[in-house]
Design a protein around this ligand. Structure first.
Ligand code: BG6
Length: 487
């Protein structure tokens, strides 16, 4: 059990708090992981007392917990852990009041969780220091966006580092909290089977797809970001690191992050004219009942909307090291795609000298490992067996592992994992300062090339798999996008 703590959420009345943070804490509470003397302190600008905050949580967070897990008595007990302090983070007054509340228990582990817009980071962190709230190894957790380029990421890092040690800072990438993403590590480093094959001698190409069916959904702030910053810089690059890194000597925070950092530093920079060869950016247009990106911006209140923001990116990335030299890592992510899926596909090299024909009705493709992370979790391996009959020809067969079968436990959400690791003080699934900067260093030249005139922004129809130029990109890399559900 986690001993008493004060978990302070800046942005305490916000959407993330109500949808994810409070429900995660409730699940931990029900599982007996939290000491009920611990406090969850919501902090936001609106004036209200703790009683009103509890009513708000009752109304807005409770519906995000599946009914079967709501136990009336437990819920009432959990609500008692919630407190509220009104703080306008741009002025000192509220911090004084917060300090008084926290000083009721000066020795408790404190966590400050910033679920607020990035321009509020600086005053918040500075006032935490000014009022001495960052004491006794207090932890600071920050949500993305962590910068919009290398320069701004460095500024955020140095701002935080002026007040907290790196060991106290937890940069959140919620993909790392997903059970399925951690399962990639288990697959690679918990089995001896794959590791000898996990290199350029046996693998021809790797694909990482994070496709979403949702569009803008009224989030006009997305227009200032786009898919490269919103998805690639963090989630896709973290997935790439986990797939490509060397085995860490131990499963601990710095050993794992050291290995991921080496991958980021080995990524070949794509710049200037190479960007139009190796990167495709695109924006969705209307199709049937589905509106296009520009219409959605207008519907969300932007007048005469014009936008060059990409809602789709495909990249051919290469890792310049001994293990991966010459193996293309094909990344793509998009909104309003045909299906919601997060999937990794490892295409193996073909046999060096084929001696069997493939059955007439079958297109021969080399062995392929499909790791599906969302919405279902499974692993499939495409292999070949003999076609029954007199002729000696091959037919494809699938080795099919459904990772949820036989598991009676509830799948934890990414935020549950993040919140518990924050309270335990385990940084393994959080991004270190140097990792964050190395990721931006790779992203920046791509954005810079896009800003130059003449860089194309392709279009794709809503509910499709992206623009045709993304197909050309992958064909040039000697592969094709894997798009069926199943093999
Ligand atoms: C967030 C992005 O980080 O991840 C969103 O800002 C995106 O734009 C979301 O929709 C996807 O997360 P998940 O867990 O639904 O795959």
């Amino acid at each position: 059990m986690i001993s008493s703590f004060d978990f302070v959420i800046f942005g305490g009345t916000g959407d993330l708090t109500m949808r994810k943070l409070i429900p995660s804490m409730y699940h931990h509470f029900c599982e007996g992981l939290l000491d009920c003397g611990g406090r969850i302190v919501g902090v936001a600008r609106s004036e209200m007392d703790s009683k009103k905050f509890r009513n708000l949580v009752n109304k807005e967070a409770k519906p995000h917990i599946e009914e079967e897990f709501i136990d009336k008595a437990k819920w009432a007990e959990f609500l008692e852990m919630l407190h509220y302090v009104a703080v306008d983070v741009t002025t000192p007054e509220g911090f004084e009041a917060l300090g008084k509340v926290l000083d009721e228990h000066p020795d408790r582990q404190r966590v400050f969780y910033l679920s607020i817009a990035p321009h509020f980071f600086a005053p918040t962190v500075q006032y935490l220091q000014q009022f001495g709230l960052n004491k006794n190894g207090a932890r600071l957790a920050v949500e993305k966006p962590l910068g919009k380029d290398l320069q701004s990421a460095k500024e955020i890092n140095s701002l935080m580092r002026a007040v907290f040690e790196e060991e106290q800072i937890y940069r959140i990438d919620h993909y790392l909290g997903k059970e399925t993403v951690q399962n990639l590590m288990a697959l690679r480093f918990g089995n001896s089977l794959f590791e000898p094959l996990w290199n350029r001698s046996h693998i021809k190409s790797v694909q990482i797809t994070v496709a979403e069916t949702v569009g803008l959904e009224g989030r006009t702030y997305y227009d200032g970001s786009g898919a490269l910053r919103d998805m690639v810089q963090n989630h896709l690059m973290q997935l790439l690191c986990i797939l490509a890194m060397e085995p860490p000597a131990e499963n601990n925070a710095n050993f794992v992050r050291d290995e991921k950092l080496k991958v980021l530093r080995s990524l070949r920079k794509i710049k200037d004219r190479e960007v139009s060869e190796d990167v495709v950016r695109a924006q969705y247009t209307s199709y049937g009942d589905l509106s296009g990106y520009i219409e959605e911006l207008e519907a969300a209140g932007v007048e005469n909307a014009e936008s060059e923001t990409e809602t789709y990116v495909a990249i051919k990335a290469e890792i310049d090291n001994w293990r991966w030299k010459g193996v293309p890592f094909l990344l793509r992510t998009g909104k309003r795609m045909r299906e919601r899926t997060t999937e990794v596909v490892i295409n193996f090299r073909d046999v060096p000298h084929p001696i069997f024909p493939t059955a007439a009705t079958v297109v021969h493709e080399p062995n392929r490992l499909v790791l599906r992370l969302q919405p279902e979790e499974y692993i499939k391996l495409l292999m070949y067996a003999k076609q029954p009959g007199d002729e000696f020809s091959l037919r494809p067969v699938k080795l099919d592992l459904n990772l949820n079968d036989g598991l009676k436990v509830r799948q934890r959400s990414a935020y549950e994992r993040i919140m518990i690791d924050l309270l335990r003080g385990d940084q393994t699934l959080f991004v270190r300062d140097d990792e964050l900067e190395a990721a931006w260093e790779w992203i920046d030249p791509i954005r810079e090339a896009w800003q130059k005139e003449g860089s194309p922004l392709y279009k794709y129809k809503s509910a499709d798999w992206g623009p045709t130029s993304a197909n050309e990109l992958i064909i040039k890399a000697g592969s094709s996008w894997f798009e069926e559900s199943g093999i």
